[in-house]
Every structure is written in C-alpha cells, then in structure tokens.
Ligand binder design. Structure first.
Ligand code: URA
Length: 244
C-alpha cells in the first residue's frame, strides 16, 4: 500500500516540474477512472494505479524497467553525435521521471548505432549497476551476420579465447554456434566496447549485421522494431539470470 498526493504522482512519473504538474491538474487534464482530478493534494493508492493525462492512459510504476527493440541508426547516448538518440523513441515522462539532473531512464549498457535488438532501460541505479558490473555475468546473445563464411576454426577460436587490444587476457565466448554460411549466434558474458565486432575481427572475419536477441532469460518476444514496453516483475528477474 502506498498513498500519494496527485501532485507527487505526476511529478514522480515524469510529467514535468512541480509547477507543470500543478498546472496539469488545474487545467483539468488529469483523470482517474473517468473522473477529473480537481485538487492535486487529494491522495490516491499508487499500487496498480492507471490514470490519464490529456486523454493518454499511463500506468504508475515505482521504478521503471523497460525493454526497447532498438532499430539501426540510433545512438544509445543522451547527447548523440551523428544519429538520433534512442531516448527520442520513448515518451517524455520516461525521459523526465524522477526530476533532477540525472532524471529519466538510462540504458543498461550500450549497443552500437548499427546494432539492432534488445535493450533494457531503467531508472533503478542499483539494478543498472548490478547488470553492467563486470562481476555480474549476465549472458547476452547476439545474432551475427558476417562478411566472410564462418568455419569451424573460427568457432573454436571464439570459444577458446581471442586477444583484444585492451585486455591482456584472452576473451572467450560463452557459446558460439554457426547458424548459416555467413551467420553465427554468439553468447557473451562481458560487455566490452565493440566486443562482438572485435572478436570477429580477431578471427579474420567481419561483422556485417548485429542483432541482440536475448539478455539473461529475457527476449524481445515479438516486440516490433522501434517500440518499447514495460517489463513484468518476472521479466525483471529474468533479465538478471546469470549463466548456469
Ligand atoms: N558488440 C559489438 O561489437 N557491438 C554491439 O553493439 C554490441 C556488442
């Protein structure tokens, strides 16, 4: 049970500054179960709360955990240099929730601008830290399309470990299987910069297409490219599943 004033609900869910949130109520833009909220100091139970702001339905979430199907041609940065930011694919409340300087959801790790697929975002700092920590070996599965045919020697080397320029210790794939003449499925438990591309280059091949299909036990499950959805509590656990 958690009871909050409407002003606080709107602010915490990312509907703007306290002044903007007060204005939304004053103008009759906020409603709950078909009834317009007249007074922002009225209280409401936030568990399972659904409400409407300017006719758009919104679900209350204490913390935000979501998955985005990242399209190609988007940067995972808040301040992109060449391509639009993935954050432009999210509604404004998700980018503003919590208020303050570090407001909004943040991506858990990054995908290159030309990589597509599963990206988790959250505003729960501990969750992000845990999943991005080098100690936390959450498996990430990549579907890789290569320029040159894949062969058994390349798979063996990827599994045995290849040397990358920023690490004296060889880096090995947790799993690697050929899925086509120029295609393989690679499972990694670390998240080094350009790791898939550099590992493929180390075995004299080259990545032409890269798609992340899984993180822990979480998959995109039919989510169309460019779209996002909330994670269920079970999926928040699934995304943290380590290698067995
Ligand atoms: N490895 C890469 O090289 N790029 C990505 O986007 C993700 C993993």
């Amino acid at each position: 049970m958690a009871i909050q004033q409407w002003h606080d609900v709107l602010f915490s869910q990312g509907f703007g500054t306290r002044r903007v949130c007060a204005g939304l109520v004053q103008q009759g833009f906020v409603s709950h179960a078909g009834v317009v909220i007249e007074d922002g100091t009225d209280t409401v139970e936030t568990e399972q709360l659904q409400f409407e702001v300017q006719g758009v339905s919104w679900a209350y979430h204490d913390s935000a955990y979501l998955v985005l199907h990242k399209p190609s041609g988007y940067e995972c940065s808040q301040k992109p240099s060449l391509y639009p930011s993935i954050y432009t694919l999210l509604p404004a409340p998700l980018r503003q929730r919590g208020g303050g300087a570090a407001a909004g959801v943040q991506a858990v790790g990054r995908l290159d601008q030309d990589t597509t697929g599963l990206l988790v975002l959250s505003d729960d700092g501990k969750f992000i830290h845990r999943l991005t920590s080098p100690k936390h070996h959450v498996p990430k599965v990549y579907e890789v399309t290569t320029k040159h045919p894949v062969d058994a020697t390349q798979i063996e080397r990827l599994l045995g470990g290849v040397v990358l320029d920023d690490s004296p210790k060889p880096v090995a794939a947790f799993a690697a299987e050929q899925t086509g003449e120029c295609a393989l499925r690679l499972t990694l438990t670390e998240g080094k910069y350009h790791q898939v591309k550099r590992m493929l280059a180390a075995v004299s091949n080259r990545v032409e297409g890269l798609h992340r299909s899984r993180m822990g036990d979480l998959t995109l499950d039919g989510l169309p490219s460019g779209e996002w959805r909330w994670l269920t509590p079970a999926e928040v656990v699934a995304v943290s599943q380590k290698t067995k």
